[in-house]
Design a protein around this ligand. Structure first.
Ligand SMILES: *[C@@H]1O[C@H](CO)[C@@H](O)[C@H](O)[C@H]1NC(C)=O
Ligand SMILES: *[C@@H]1O[C@H](CO)[C@@H](O)[C@H](O)[C@H]1NC(C)=O
Ligand SMILES: *[C@@H]1O[C@H](CO)[C@@H](O)[C@H](O)[C@H]1NC(C)=O
Ligand SMILES: *[C@@H]1O[C@H](CO)[C@@H](O)[C@H](O)[C@H]1NC(C)=O
Length: 393
């Protein structure tokens, strides 16, 4: 009797040991996709009884009489069960699919499965608005990711102070928006936003660079943009923004080398584009139409880089008008001077003429009064003139 009892204890002990050594498997399931939770056993010829639990709640049970489904989101691979495969298929994973699962075959717990659910980051946006706020965002991510900001050259993190908001939608997925204030000397910095998935499996990067340029109207202009060296394949969109409106200028794909233009007078240099230089050539810009913000947006795998250049065209017509106006003024002034000179000359001539006339009349009068005097006087003058020279010698 005591021997059989002893034997029973040994069996129990072995059982508890087996119970302790139940493997624990971690599985990452992708949101809205199907997911397989593994469980296997050594098949024998006897009946098979399979039970699956999620957080100790029975979600599926396979009895010898036939599969009796409890939760219609899960099922077994019926064809494979006889071969010792009791894996569970979870269809169309959602955020409630996560948790600890238990697979029990013929009353023996075979496996624990820790299922995590992830809706991977699939997009990243970065932008800025006239109020000087930089926004970095993503949507439909699970679980909530981490947002990190930095600048190049780097500023102390305490200076940046971003505000990050996460909102959870109907399906339990997160929309994330992080807002950073532009620093005073923002033209010297590149702002970099990293969105990192909670389990560290993914890092998406977005960057923003702000620039300013000025040029004269009518002169061809190159607005620089260059892909980072590590961005080997990318798609590019150049856009133009004035007060309220953004329009496409051109698009380019580095894999196909194909570009499509929306503006006739804007172009890329094909040769340079192959080397990652996707600067925009603007031909004969018109100041009033083409002053605004030109955005070069480069998108690659898990990255997005924006270079926003504010371009101001100074109107050359204004310059011409200015010159014309000056010429007019110069002409008028010159004319006035000439007029003044002429009137002066005429006045002088007239005065001279008058004086001559008066002199002539006076002479005539004098001659009438004293006819000899005019003749004597020069003689008297000459005697006076000879007198000093005579005294000298
Ligand atoms: C399970 O069944 C599928 C077909 O339904 C088969 O391709 C696969 O090899 C089977 N796996 C096992 C372990 O039997
Ligand atoms: C069980 O079957 C599924 C579906 O065919 C398969 O993906 C899985 O690898 C199988 N598990 C084992 C342990 O063979
Ligand atoms: C920006 O300028 C304001 C005042 O205009 C100053 O208080 C602030 O410290 C400056 N910030 C940086 C990062 O230089
Ligand atoms: C731009 O939008 C504002 C309102 O947001 C509007 O008042 C203004 O008229 C718009 N300007 C142009 C040029 O469309």
């Amino acid at each position: 009797m005591s021997r059989t009892l002893y034997g029973a204890y040994v069996v129990l002990w072995i059982f508890s040991l087996v119970e302790c050594k139940v493997p624990e498997v971690r599985v990452t399931c992708i949101f809205s996709e199907d997911c397989i939770l593994p469980c296997s056993f050594t098949p024998n010829d006897g009946d098979v009884n399979i039970k699956w639990y999620q957080q100790d709640v029975l979600i599926l049970s396979l009895q010898p009489a036939g599969q009796s489904l409890i939760d219609d989101k899960v099922r077994l691979f019926s064809d494979n069960v006889s071969k010792g495969n009791a894996s569970l298929l979870v269809k169309q994973v959602d955020t409630r699919s996560k948790g600890r699962y238990k697979c029990v075959v013929n009353t023996v717990t075979r496996t624990y499965v820790i299922a995590t659910v992830e809706a991977p980051i699939s997009t990243i946006f970065i932008n800025t608005d006239p109020s000087g706020l930089i926004r970095c965002s993503t949507k439909e991510v699970y679980p909530a990711p981490v947002v990190q900001w930095s600048t190049k050259p780097s500023l102390p993190p305490a200076v940046l102070q971003p505000i990050t908001r996460m909102t959870s939608g109907g399906k339990g997925l997160f929309t994330v928006e992080s807002v950073l204030k532009q620093q005073n000397n923002s033209l010297d910095h590149i702002y970099v936003c990293n969105i990192i998935s909670k389990y560290g499996t993914q890092t998406w990067t977005a960057s923003l660079k702000l620039k300013e340029m000025s040029s004269s109207e009518g002169q061809d202009l190159i607005i620089p943009c260059r892909a980072p060296k590590d961005l080997l394949s990318f798609s590019l969109v150049w856009t133009f923004t004035t007060v309220n409106k953004t329009t496409d200028v051109l698009e380019y794909d580095s894999r196909t080398h194909k570009s499509s233009r929306s503006w006739d007078h804007a172009d890329l240099e094909e040769e340079n584009a192959l080397k990652g230089d996707v600067s925009l050539n603007l031909q004969k810009p018109v100041g009033s139409e083409h002053s605004g913000i030109y955005t070069c947006a480069l998108s690659g795998a898990k990255t997005r880089h924006l270079i926003r250049t504010r371009v101001v065209f100074t109107s050359s017509r204004q310059g011409k008008d200015f010159l014309k106006y000056n010429l007019w003024m110069l002409g008028i002034v010159a004319g006035l001077i000439v007029l003044l000179a002429i009137t002066l000359v005429i006045k002088k001539y007239r005065a001279k003429l008058k004086r001559n006339q008066e002199n002539a009349e006076e002479d005539a009068e004098m001659q009438r009064m004293n006819p000899d005097k005019t003749l004597e006087e020069p003689q008297a003058g000459s005697t006076l003139m000879t007198e000093p020279s005579g005294s000298h010698s």
